[in-house]
Design a protein around this ligand. Sequence first.
Ligand code: SF4
Length: 556
Amino acid sequence: MKFSRRDLLIGSAGATAGFLLTPVPWKLLGDVSIWTQNWPWIPQPVRGPVETTQSFCTLCASGCGIRARMAAGYPVGISGVRNHPITKGALCPLGFAAHQLNWHPQRLREVRHRGRAASWAEARAAFEKARKEGPVAVVDGRSGRAASSVLEAFAKKENDSYQVVPSVESQALAPYADWSGDPVSAFGYDLENVRTIVSFGAPLLDGWGAPGRFTRLWSERAVGAADPQLRLIQIESSLSRTAGCAWQWVPVREGSEAQLAAGVARVLLEEDLVAAQGPMPQLSLVEVAAQTGLTTEAIRDLARKMVENRPVMVIATDGNPAIAALNVLLGAVGAPGGIIKRGERVQPQAPYEASGGSPRAILLDATVPWEFTPKTDGEVFRFAAWDGGGNKADWLLPAPGFLEELTDVPTAPTSAVDTYAVALNLVAPPAEIKGAAQFLLELDPSLRVVEQVIHRRCEELFHARRGMVYAEQAIAITEFDSAQKFEEQLRKGAVWMDSPPRISAFRCELKEWPAENNVRQGTNWAAAWAPPVLPALATKLYQESNLRELPAGRQA
Ligand code: SF4
């Protein structure tokens, strides 16, 4: 019998189909995955009673409310808290998987000096020596916490400097701080009252601000409506997820967003679409069209649509003043549905300045983003819970991981209203772990410890008698008999939220139209949001599922 190539192909196709239809390969696959999960070196949660505790995720400044399922003192599952007044049960993929982080292979568990194992005593001696030899800069990545006050007090006592690396979202608010003289931490977005948002590339629907805040508004006021209550105009060079869902997507040439802002401002002023009289940008509409790749008619149409459904607010990805200036023209500064000044308690903080002197040493708190590299010749002491690789710090100092440290949770950047919460240290940290505040407190025991600062803040809030406390139910702070009872409630996972601020205009004057170049380049949002180390579950949710795409993965 002759056996042709075609017969062979048919036979092998049949064998493949038969193989797939039998349970054998699937059983083998299942056995292999069970077998690999039981390898002895894979960490297993200790068996014990399971209980649920309410707290906060402190992996970023959003401070989302979490419910942690704890087994024998270790978190084994995380979910959101519906009663949280801002996040209302939402978490980002990192938060959902945060309980895996403390087991991550990149967890820092020892002091390292230029790649070799060292001790805390050596690190302390090196820092003290550096401090004797010259000024030291203490850099914080999340100001306003009780730990921040320790860092700041330590630095200011010896005339060292305390500086803050602002979050990407805070950087976008920096121009209003420059123009008004108020600290950037005083500003927020009144999203709840806006009707048109013009986003210059801000990833509003895929990872911006506190999870749940904008997406909830979006689902209530925009999804499925041809003429939505809340319009989103997305100005972006590529079709991101946010651009794809927006009411209108304006595909602008990459890097020409500030020029487009100038063109829109020109139309707003020339056509009297706003009450402001100036200043008029230098660029003509024809020049803007040439630089942005849009037609002059498309730019005119954009400016008219922006003011069709007011209040309107512009949100940028970075602190480009030419884009922020549009809010001044639109009357969206110090107005409902615009940029509002919220905090009465905020203190000015010096942003990190690469040129700010030449410190002998720089101490970076664990809240400073991993990819931040100070431009300095000084010795760098870097606190971190996880080693993201490629860091040039002289000293890597192992910091507390997820839920391993008592901390307070001040107002999230971009929030329209002040909040305050306390996250307890629910998990015992490994013995060799130490936070930057603890390290400095050991050098100067006269400073007020984190616990005392939290206690004092609770007393201040209690005596101010403002706002509500969100626990199982919302209770007015005036219902509490004592500051101690109020603090106890916060330690159980409740959130204090201030009364909505009285929105009033604040001085934000533009003498001339800002230069249309990227004066203050913010960190790329995707890079800033991606942590150096992802837990396995977050990798699934965040990368493999394409839940959040990096710019390179977007459609052109
Ligand atoms: S946004 Fe994510 S990482 Fe940040 S606090 Fe919320 S859950 Fe945690």
